[in-house]
Design a protein around this ligand. Structure first.
Ligand SMILES: Cc1ncc(COP(=O)(O)OP(=O)(O)O)c(N)n1
Ligand SMILES: Cc1ncsc1CCOP(=O)(O)O
Ligand SMILES: [Mg+2]
Length: 561
């Protein structure tokens, strides 16, 4: 029976003294070393002590402010470093999540194929699981290669003993080179034990077919049927990956949450460096879940990350085989800057969205930087540089200065229309309209971390923005405006209709200012904020106008609660 022990007892308990020697013996000997009597004794002593101290150690972990999201991967090792445990470790590190590992098999593998597989005895898989789960607080477990039915059973037993926040199952069966990694008997374990426990399962076309007694999958419609049938086996969500679907220009994955189907479409990256994409995707989903994302955002973020990494690595040359690995860290080339940027988009920053205008600044004799500084000092929560007639070089220079100002206030800075300028100054993102660069292309150029907003007047456009990987929509013009010529006004009703249907957070734009901001916030409950040009920048004092608008919006938010 587990019991709570005082901290002093924990500190001096034998677990801390026994553990290192136990681990040394494991490292210096073969897997069967546990058969010796003395090791068995040590092992027993180790876990009896760990069990007794379990509550104390868990309390220590959960109370810590420095807790880092933690994924445990249960998978096989790939000596080539592209897939398996190695891909999982890299993906989690790139997504800034701690990753512990339970190795189920050691493969001799490279970019040509799998030359050998050594399955770890199930007792020792159980041993590794105990070592991690007794000691550490694991948020999410992700599974990859589970080469025997007994290993599946051992894992399920551990998961019942140590429930985690989420279980991500990548039902690895065949390597990219076509080598079999899990025999037929494992399928029964997946169907009967593991899948019913899974929060998501991520089969590719071949794996989905194998899980369903080899039904052929040839189209997106077949993938939908398969997703539904796999869902019937028990997992809460299913992602059928369509990368291998023949005759398709785009890569289409089908996500099914038990109620709705979503087709996640992305342009196919033309590269041979795809070894490890399945492992990386599943680990990245696990990482996002560990950080607290909902399932659907975790899937979208993970897909976005994998697509970006593939695109960055398309010309990489590692190994002479047909399918090379990709570089999980290239997207983080600018790792220092990434570290002090916000981790992911926070929709609350849409509350007071200040959009600059060069002609207004000229009229009032201000530089872009002066206008931006006054707006962020006054409480703008996000800034967009909308400099329609600026020269490119001038625009980049001004954007760099504005970025420094915004970063010092922790306010994101986006660039209107100009993806090139956003890249050149490393802005936090872009805002694009229906006739600008499509959001999915902007995403592939900017990478997974940047914020992308899309102007939408219709439900269909909002749906497309979401499919394209945007973070928010700008919806309007709500009221008539003279800032944007020939812009159709959609009114409060149009705003409400689009916002209610949108899966992305929305900000209202067009003719909004002090006099009507609270009406907008009150009449459209799920609008996140207002984007404003003239009410801030076509005024004598930008600071005062922003402060006043901030007060109005804060009050509107309070009255929503
Ligand atoms: C937040 C926000 N929403 C909408 C727009 C308009 O963008 P677009 O339709 O591309 O028109 P231009 O601003 O480029 O004239 C926006 N800029 N910001
Ligand atoms: C850029 C834009 N997109 C739709 S309306 C609009 C202009 C908003 O400007 P203002 O806040 O001055 O009405
Ligand atoms: Mg535009």
């Amino acid at each position: 029976m587990a019991c709570a022990l005082p901290l002093e007892r924990y500190k001096s308990s034998t677990s801390l003294q026994v553990a290192p020697s136990v681990f040394r013996q494991v490292r210096n000997s073969s897997f069967v070393s546990w058969n010796s009597d003395s090791n068995k004794k040590n092992q027993r002593q180790f876990f009896v002590t760990m069990q007794a101290d379990n509550r104390v150690s868990r309390n220590m972990h959960t109370s810590s402010d420095n807790k880092i999201p933690h994924v445990l991967t249960v998978a096989g090792s790939d000596s080539g470093g592209g897939a398996g445990i190695q891909a999982d470790l890299k993906a989690c590190a790139a997504r800034r999540v701690y990753c512990s590992t339970v190795i189920t098999a050691v493969t001799a593998q490279n970019t040509v194929g799998v030359q050998g597989v050594n399955i770890v005895p199930e007792d020792f898989v159980a041993e590794q699981l105990r070592s991690v789960l007794y000691d550490m607080h694991v948020d999410v477990v992700k599974t990859g290669m589970l080469p025997s039915l007994n290993i599946v059973k051992v894992l399920c037993r551990s998961l019942r003993e140590f429930p985690v926040k989420a279980l991500v199952v990548d039902p690895v069966m065949v390597s990219t080179s076509g080598d079999v990694l899990a025999g037929h008997s494992v399928l029964a374990g997946f169907r009967e034990e593991l899948l019913p426990m899974a929060d998501i399962v991520t089969p590719n076309i071949k794996e989905a077919s194998a899980l369903l007694n080899n039904v052929p999958l040839r189209s997106v419609s077949d993938m939908r049927t398969a997703a539904k049938l796999i869902h019937d086996l028990g997992p809460r969500n299913v992602l059928v990956k369509g990368g291998d679907l023949p005759d398709s220009l785009d890569a289409i994955d089908v996500f099914f949450d038990g109620e709705e189907f979503y087709e996640l479409c992305s342009p196919r990256v033309n590269t041979h460096n795809t070894h490890g994409t399945g492992c990386t995707l599943a680990s990245s989903i696990a990482a996002e879940l560990a950080k607290g994302s909902s399932m659907f955002s975790a899937v979208k973020l993970a897909k976005r990350y994998v697509e970006t990494a593939l695109d960055y690595s398309k010309d990489l040359f590692i190994g002479n085989g047909a399918q090379g690995p990709f570089d999980h860290f290239l997207a983080l080339k600018n790792i220092d800057q990434c570290c002090h940027r916000q981790d992911s988009f926070n929709p609350n920053c849409l509350l007071l969205y200040a959009v600059t205008d060069s002609s207004m600044n000229r009229k009032w004799g201000r530089s872009i930087a002066d206008a931006v500084k006054a707006a962020v000092e006054g409480g703008a929560t996000i800034v967009q540089l909308r400099e329609k007639d600026a020269e490119t070089r001038e625009f980049i220079d001004a954007a760099k200065v504005c970025l420094e100002i915004c970063r010092s206030y922790g306010v994101p800075l986006l660039i209107n229309d100009r993806i090139d300028v956003a890249l050149a100054c490393d802005a936090d993102g872009v805002h694009v309209g229906q006739s600008d660069m499509p959001a999915h292309l902007a995403r592939s150029l900017l990478g997974p971390e940047k914020i992308i907003g899309v102007s939408c007047k219709t439900i269909e456009q909002a749906e497309q923005a979401w499919v394209d990987g945007a973070d928010y929509i700008g919806c309007g013009g709500v009221y008539p405006t003279s800032t944007k010529a020939n812009n159709r006004t959609i009114g409060l009703d149009g705003l409400r209709e689009v916002c209610q249907a949108s899966k992305l957070p929305a900000v209202a734009i067009g003719g909004i200012g002090l006099s009507n901001a609270s009406v907008v916030m009150e009449s459209v409950p799920n609008v996140k904020g207002v984007a404003v040009v003239s009410a801030l920048f076509d005024r004598e004092c930008v600071l005062t106008e922003t402060r006043n608008l901030h007060t109005v919006l804060s009050e509107a938010m309070l009255s929503r609660k």
